[in-house]
Design a protein around this ligand. Sequence first.
Ligand SMILES: *Cc1c(COP(=O)(O)O)cnc(C)c1O
Length: 321
Amino acid sequence: MQSIPRLPLGCFPTPIHDLPSLSEDLGITLKIKRDDLTGLAAGGNKIRKLEYLIADAQSQGCSVLITAGALQSNHVLQTTAAGRKSGMRVIAVMDGAAPQTYSGNLRLSKLLGAELEFFESDRFVEDVRDYMAQRQAQLAQEGEAAYIVPVGGSNALGSQGYVNCVREMAEQYQAAGEAPPDYLVVAGGSGGTFAGIAAGCAHFWPGTKVIGIVITTNYFAQREHMAKLTEEAAAMAGFDQSWTAADIGLDYSYIGPGYGIPSPAGDFAVNTMASREGILLDPTYTGKVLSGLIGQVESGQIAPGSRVLFVHTGGATALLT
Ligand SMILES: *Cc1c(COP(=O)(O)O)cnc(C)c1O
């Protein structure tokens, strides 16, 4: 594995532990990787990506981060926390009109020191790239070097956070004297997490089947895009491996009514994890991911008795809005 500059920002390694009650309910051996506990602000998976992205920003002499997301974006929240901790200005471009009052993650991003800007577009994810590039050019004229963090922190560099996470997990399993899991189940959103994990598993845990439960219909999550990002992440990590869309283990059956809209199965999964294990998931990402895990156990895609690792990517602040 090549050595790519990383700025330590989070609390790592995050714990892995058993989920005994859910294991019993489902007839599998289920463990959880607690990347909801990454240590900055409300935790979550973007911190691992930002350790690489902010190291890159600083090596380029940038003092400002520009990023974008939905009004309740977990990514914006974590980018603000990580950027401010690193002594940088953070400009956050939010999808939609400025609300009368700020609640949830928007309020927390403001508290952490984000400079919020509101941008309305039907094709936000596509159009915001031009908006961010224009802001970067404006700042350059004012003498400030700004670095654009892509939506979700999902490019090959950001994905290195999850290549490294697989290395971390492999070390944790080894230290505990455990064989690698049969299945690893994780969210597929903007794709950086899945890509890093798929690339990392091919190298460190080649016998583990990676299942990405997709939670959005956005182009990011399409099979071809995910395969390309996985291949780029692996190449950057120095792994000689190629992927085709057919190799990518993505399941699109659990999106429900749409991105950010709760599904009955996802809500059931949030309730089950809370009441059986005392752990908070969220309705947009991790609840739907657990609903996919449960669905795949019920359908037999995950065989009874399998050893399964669920990656908790954070997001529970959404329960409070
Ligand atoms: C962003 C996010 C994801 C998805 O990760 P991607 O790398 O964007 O695919 C999953 N869970 C939570 C809680 C998130 O905030």
